[in-house]
Design a protein around this ligand. Sequence first.
Ligand code: DGL
Length: 269
Amino acid sequence: MNNSRPIGVFDSGIGGLTVVRALMRHLPHENLIYFGDTARVPYGPKSAQVVREYALQDTDELLKHDVKFIIIACNTVSAVALDVVQKRAKVPVLGVILPGAEAAVRATKKNRLGVIGTVGTVLSNAYTNAIRQMNPDIHVFSQACPLFVPLAEEGWTSHPATELVAKEYLFPLTLEKIDTLILGCTHYPLLKDVIDSVLHKSVTLIDSGEATALSAVQLLEERGLRNQSVLKPNMQFFVSDIPHKFAEVGERFLGQKLGKIQRVSGFSA
Ligand code: DGL
């Protein structure tokens, strides 16, 4: 087994770069291949059946690069398609739901958890099911926040409009007296400050991308897949479309310049 093979990460678009950012912090010597299906984003409002089909095509794209391990950065895909990706991949696959759920279960003191995500993620109940399997005494309250995705991409991370939207979405969760909230979407870590201030800093926020990066470290270790090289890793970014402002938005999500971005064809709705 050649451990310098890359880790493959995919997402519905650009949002998964927040997970890559966490991976780069925790696994600074791993080579990475990222694929974002920017031609067909967003996945959040789409049916589970379509997301499962797209997820398989995204997986095949990564497998072309002989990846040693696949991370599904997208919460919506992790929620509805982890099983099909695992079956297709023949390499270990990690989604973001389980690590996020585990971190939240560890964090809650009052056993009252909130989950926010896309419509697809919330409707799937994937977080709720994972949490309740770990601890059936925990109460889980979910809220879809679809407008957060375009707001984060627009860069309106501290805009009054975003605060207004956040108040509207989060109010029902405050009534439930949650003490911990899972940011169950790739885009939400960018809105952490607004969410924190709307909740008066009284709720612990769980970034599922960060939790996933920590799980990835453990999994690679357990399976003897860590890259032993300490050289600067190779990062490659592939997308199915290069929209206007892509580099600018991507830079904000990744926290640094993306470098070369390659477009692959064949991803049509
Ligand atoms: N990446 C998606 C997620 O984490 C958000 C964007 C979309 O709807 O495709 O659920």
